[in-house]
Design a protein around this ligand. Structure first.
Ligand SMILES: [Zn+2]
Length: 364
């Protein structure tokens, strides 16, 4: 019975598109897509959802953007239902969207990006398993408040915590302005989601491990789980101010990187744990591998599959650099994106030796 229904449905929809050119309705765009810069090699995601009957799209680290495919009842001139119709020139600065509908739904798409700015296009493929998650994740963030440098969106359950935290953040902002030489840093948006499923959906990682609870979404936005829920999951107090501070340092760091740059983990988490929060151990020699004298190299910290080493040691790496070379050297490392040789004028090998000698002297 089901199969028959399905085939019947399919015939109607195929006829609809090819013969009478009925255009797809907005809800047929809705879905979760796996996206990559090469065909069939997706590595990030995009969520297409409806909000008050308007269609929005969000890609990783991007803002929610409205897509209005139609104008006066026909497709906009930059949107196509077949690849052959698109004529792109090298000097074109337009973004074209090619949509492929099958079985009554958008199945895949290609974003043809201007060659002057991008060397690749985007290829998206529907992930049917995630259909039900293609929704507006901000629905429950009904509350909002704003201070000079921060704006918050959150649900009722977190509203008691925000005002005091906002004041503390403003105080810290003054210090960070000096530390990181921030002139005219734009307002940072902080979105606090009421449950872990919604948070993971908001950052396009449904089903992610539970320890993932917050993220600097872009240089001006933090997305995070309610610390009330985070405390339950971790079975220990998770402080809202501290968690925001950690992510906010990542935002500042992001603002100093170019779009394509990715900071090495020891620098990325080192600065965030040192200037934001929190030092993971009181003494690095509480860690088994340190106790046993297995001191990891910067390369090993970077390649660590558990991603734990950068949190364990990043804090100490940054404090050791500040003590020996001064805070300006840390700022310079942000600029050179972790180039020890250029910023500190020592080889990586020499630096590692110095660093572990420093730890042994100070903590052992
Ligand atoms: Zn971090």
């Amino acid at each position: 019975m089901r199969v028959v229904q399905k085939i019947f449905f399919l015939l109607i929809s195929l006829n609809g598109f090819s013969q009478s050119k009925t255009l797809p309705s907005l809800d047929q765009f809705v879905g979760y897509y796996s996206v990559g810069v090469k065909p069939n090699k997706p590595f990030f995601r995009s969520r297409w959802y409806l909000k008050e009957d308007r269609l929005f799209i969000i890609y990783d680290s991007d803002i929610d953007r409205e897509l209005e495919p139609y104008e006066n009842g026909i497709l906009k001139p930059t949107i196509f239902l077949s690849e052959e119709e698109v004529k792109v020139t090298d000097t074109d600065s337009t973004y074209y969207l090619v949509l492929n509908f099958e079985h009554d739904k958008l199945q895949s798409f290609r974003v043809i990006r201007p060659r002057k700015e991008w060397s690749t296009d985007l290829y998206g493929y529907r992930n049917d398993r995630l259909n039900e998650l293609a929704i507006d994740t901000e629905q429950e963030l009904t509350e909002s408040s704003k201070t000079t440098h921060f704006e918050f969106a959150y649900s009722k359950s977190d509203s008691a915590l925000v005002p005091n935290v906002a004041l503390r953040l403003e105080e810290s902002f003054k210090v960070l302005t000096k530390d990181f030489q921030l002139d005219d840093f734009p307002v940072t948006s902080i979105k606090i989601y009421p449950d872990i499923k919604t948070y993971h959906n908001a950052v396009l990682t449904p089903g992610a491990p539970k320890w993932q609870m917050g993220r600097a979404w872009d240089e001006n936005e933090i997305r995070m789980l309610s610390t009330i829920v985070a405390s339950e999951i971790r079975e220990e107090e998770v402080d809202l101010y501290e968690m925001i501070m950690h992510e906010f340092i990542h935002c500042i760091h992001l603002s100093k990187l170019s779009n394509t740059q990715r900071a090495p983990g020891w620098l990325w988490e080192g600065i965030a744990t040192y200037k934001g929060c929190c030092q993971w151990t009181d003494n690095p020699f509480q860690l088994d591998y340190m106790k046993n004298g297995n001191y990891p190299s910067l390369k090993q910290i970077e390649k660590d599959r558990t991603a734990q080493l950068k949190y364990d040691l990043g804090y100490y790496i940054i404090t050791s650099i500040e003590e020996k070379y001064g805070w300006d050297a840390v700022l310079d490392l942000i600029k050179t994106n972790g180039d020890i040789k250029r910023s500190l004028n020592v080889s990586v090998k020499q630096f590692q030796k110095e660093f572990y000698a420093y730890l042994e002297e100070k903590y052992k």
